[in-house]
Ligand binder design. Structure first.
Ligand SMILES: [Zn+2]
Ligand SMILES: [Zn+2]
Length: 255
């Protein structure tokens, strides 16, 4: 709880700073061009998956949120980022959006809007836009290109039964799990991680905010068996990134 609170404080300060610099930047642009350029919008042709079949339409993603327009009007939606709980990039063609609507199919669960792109793949710029605007959990299942990793750990990801093989890459921005199995890779920003823990030199657990199958107790934990003894420097680095001191504490102790 304390941790949640401190993260909130940190975000607010960052937001305020971002806001102030956005104001000064936009005034410079106003002076230079004497006009405001419209927010960048990405329009993707998609199929919305139903239990049986689906409808097709356009998914528009911009600074304000995500909009789905279709002739099947009862499925039309306009979400601000506040209206969205979680965004999941399932594969290079699939995006899931979990809003706060109850699902009639999943008793006690939230409704998941599943979209599949018709033709093109999800542009990297769309992922970057969502990553920069959306502060709630993003489940990113891409095994992104060649990230400059600070640390790499060979691991087995433990499933309820059996597991999958891969490696964990710790970067400045987050942790990436590259799995040999399709659909198992993940990329988390540090803000998408709740905790990092280890109860032995060959074991590592990552607590994420990823949506579990139920409404309650729904954060998902990823457990890994390490193929080499845990690199303490890697652990300390990631722990520090996840549990950063809130700004107000850093300022007080800095005096
Ligand atoms: Zn539909
Ligand atoms: Zn796995």
């Amino acid at each position: 709880m304390t941790f949640e609170f401190s993260r909130m404080v940190r975000f607010n300060k960052v937001q305020i700073r971002g806001f102030v610099s956005a104001i000064s930047l936009s005034s410079i642009f106003l002076i230079m061009f004497n006009s405001i350029s419209p927010a960048e919008a990405h329009v993707l042709k998609v199929k919305h998956e139903h239990v049986k079949g689906g409808c097709t339409g356009e998914l528009t993603i911009d600074d304000n949120g995500i909009r789905y327009q279709t002739l099947h009007t009862r499925d039309q939606r306009q979400w601000t980022f506040t209206d969205i709980q979680e965004v999941q990039f399932i594969s290079e063609h699939k995006i899931n959006i979990i809003a706060y609507e109850d699902s009639r199919q999943r008793l006690g669960g939230d409704k998941i809007f599943k979209f599949e792109l018709l033709g093109e793949v999800i542009p990297v710029s769309v992922i970057q836009l969502v990553e920069s605007k959306f502060e709630k959990p993003i489940s990113n299942r891409f095994s992104a290109g060649n990230l400059p990793g600070k640390f790499e750990l060979a691991v087995k990801h433990l499933h309820r039964v059996s597991g999958c093989q891969g490696k964990l890459i710790f970067t400045e921005d987050g942790i990436s799990f590259r799995s040999e199995k399709a659909g198992e890779s993940r990329t988390w920003r540090y803000s998408d991680l709740q905790s990092i823990a280890s109860s032995g030199r060959f074991e590592l657990r990552l607590g994420t905010f990823e949506h579990g199958p139920l409404q309650y107790g729904d954060s998902k934990e990823f457990r890994f068996r390490l193929k080499n003894p845990l690199d303490e420097a890697a652990y300390r680095f990631a722990w520090g990134q996840i549990n950063q001191l809130p700004l107000w504490r850093a300022e007080v102790s800095g005096k």
